[in-house]
Design a binder for this molecule. Structure first.
Ligand SMILES: Cc1cc2nc3c(=O)[nH]c(=O)nc-3n(C[C@H](O)[C@H](O)[C@H](O)COP(=O)(O)OP(=O)(O)OC[C@H]3O[C@@H](n4cnc5c(N)ncnc54)[C@H](O)[C@@H]3O)c2cc1C
Length: 330
């Protein structure tokens, strides 16, 4: 499989990125690690006229600013995140999630910004269509769905592993563009539309990630289920962050974010509420996980049926909650 022809520009600064994105508009595509973009180009899913390579941009080291927030550059590699002592201390949930992405080689090359800007995926879309399919599906600009014949819209799912972790940590992102830099809560960055899953224009780029200081008493855990372990996109992921009362045993607030179940990451809000104000116990974890599996209807994807994924979701959330209970800082 070959890459289609394209023009290439190596960026030297975020300002230059903004200028060139403005000049080329939708004809250009940013590339960071290329671990998602180039496979899609090889499959013929994308044919940008110009590639703007961000690998020449300086990579900011993770830092904690005056108000205790952790700031990460979008170009930080996932391997770098997973081994960075500051990230492991201030946001171990993110380090854990980053370590679950792909293989060592993928993590060394892949970036945080690229993971956040990952496209939605579908077994029928992430394929070379030369032989298999004659008619374009919704995601390829057509008007049919191969996953659900007769379906009215695209049902590709969002599978990036670091994103549920970042949402559970309350992260926001900086987005640079012609109008300057705007900051939005990461949770609001995902539209829920599988065809246009990201709230970003072709002339903008994600520049940084800001994670609020960790609560003094609390704990976090990440769970990922995939058939072949790491070197595979998730069937389902769950990222749990609990804030605890001063007794270290009662949950005062919970955030549970689930990935790979729909075109955007989903919060399990009823399951979060079920934990609030209660003492942690195996029964409570089971109840909360059951509620989550009741409130979220996973889309079937990559050969997994919806009932199977619902069961996986319940198991992964229960496991994540059990793991948090063992890690609570007080
Ligand atoms: C074998 C294999 C296994 C994988 N397994 C997993 C997995 O388990 N979990 C997982 O989450 N992912 C997985 N991936 C997907 C991919 O490797 C990661 O999501 C990775 O983090 C993408 O980052 P990148 O820097 O390589 O992105 P790129 O491929 O460079 O870019 C991805 C997309 O984001 C855009 N983009 C990149 N950076 C920015 C930015 N700063 N601002 C705006 N847009 C930007 C690009 O234009 C492109 O559309 C896997 C990939 C492979 C090849």
């Amino acid at each position: 499989m070959h890459l289609p022809k394209f023009d290439y520009e190596r960026l030297t600064s975020a300002e230059e990125a903004g200028r060139l994105l403005g000049r080329y508009g939708g004809d250009a595509r940013l590339v960071a690690g290329g671990t998602d973009l180039f496979p899609r180009m090889k499959y013929g899913l994308l044919r940008p006229r110009v590639i703007l390579d961000m690998k020449g941009l300086s990579v900011k080291s993770p830092e904690v600013n005056g108000d205790g927030n952790l700031r990460l550059g979008a170009m930080t590699s996932l391997a770098g995140l997973a081994r960075d002592p500051l990230v492991r201390e201030k946001a171990p949930l993110l380090a854990e999630a980053a370590l679950g992405v792909g293989s060592v080689q993928v993590r060394e090359r892949a970036t945080l910004g690229g993971n956040i800007c990952l496209e939605t995926r579908c077994l029928y879309y992430n394929q070379s269509h030369t032989f298999q399919f004659t008619q374009a599906c919704f995601k390829r600009g057509g008007d049919l769905c191969y996953l659900v014949p007769g379906g009215k819209k695209c049902l590709a799912v969002f599978c990036a592993d670091t994103v549920p972790a970042l949402i559970s940590l309350g992260a926001s992102i900086g987005i640079g563009g012609p109008g300057g830099v705007r900051r939005i809560l990461l949770e609001k960055f995902y539209t829920g539309d599988a065809v246009q899953p990201l709230a970003i224009s072709p002339t903008e780029l994600v520049t940084e990630v800001i994670i609020p200081a960790r609560p003094r008493i609390g704990g976090e855990a990440f769970a990922k289920f995939s058939v072949r372990g790491g070197v595979e996109f998730a069937a389902v992921t769950a990222a749990v962050a609990l804030r605890m009362e001063s007794d270290g045993a009662t949950c005062s607030a919970a955030v549970i974010t689930v990935g790979a179940v729909s075109p955007a990451p989903r919060r399990a809000r009823k399951a979060e509420e079920a934990l609030q104000g209660k003492r942690l116990s195996p029964e409570l974890f089971g109840e909360s996980a059951r509620i989550a599996a009741g409130e979220i209807s996973p889309l079937p994807h990559h050969g997994f049926s919806a009932p199977y994924l619902r069961e996986c979701l319940e198991v992964q959330i229960r496991r994540a909650l059990e793991a948090v209970a063992k890690r609570v800082r007080s």
